[in-house]
Design a protein around this ligand. Structure first.
Ligand SMILES: Nc1ncnc2c1ncn2[C@@H]1O[C@H](COP(=O)(O)OP(=O)(O)OP(=O)(O)O)[C@@H](O)[C@H]1O
Ligand SMILES: [Mg+2]
Length: 100
């Protein structure tokens, strides 16, 4: 299993449950565009999406996410991928892929 964590521009999302975060990449927030305007602050609003999927689905999810979030401008965001050791559905003790 893989955990896919994406930090992307807030306006790229419509109707999903996400966490609002603040951050900066290598430009340290300087001269980044947010909602069409240039901002000069250290930490800019982003959204973080986290999802755990089976190994076989990870590449497709990453491709879909990056294609949807890409404008080609700085600050588009980043995707981090982690190995997940275990997943457990609390209701019935399902484990692994069956718990996803
Ligand atoms: N190395 C990192 N560790 C943790 N979070 C990061 C890291 N790099 C970026 N982020 C998060 O991702 C968000 C988007 O980063 P961003 O797209 O600006 O990365 P970048 O490396 O500066 O690339 P670009 O040159 O395209 O802007 C940041 O606001 C921050 O929240
Ligand atoms: Mg950046």
């Amino acid at each position: 299993m893989k955990k896919i964590e994406a930090v992307i521009q807030p306006f790229k999302l419509d109707g999903m449950t996400i966490t609002e975060v603040r951050g900066h990449g290598r430009q340290k927030g300087h001269k980044e565009i947010y909602r069409g305007r240039e901002y000069n602050v250290d930490l800019l609003p982003k959204v973080k999406i986290e999802l755990v999927v089976g190994d076989g689905q990870a590449e497709e999810v990453i491709k879909t996410l990056t294609a949807a979030a890409r404008t080609g401008k700085i600050g588009d965001g980043k995707v981090f991928v982690y190995d997940v050791a275990e997943a457990i559905r609390i209701r019935n003790d399902d484990r692994g892929d069956a718990a996803l």
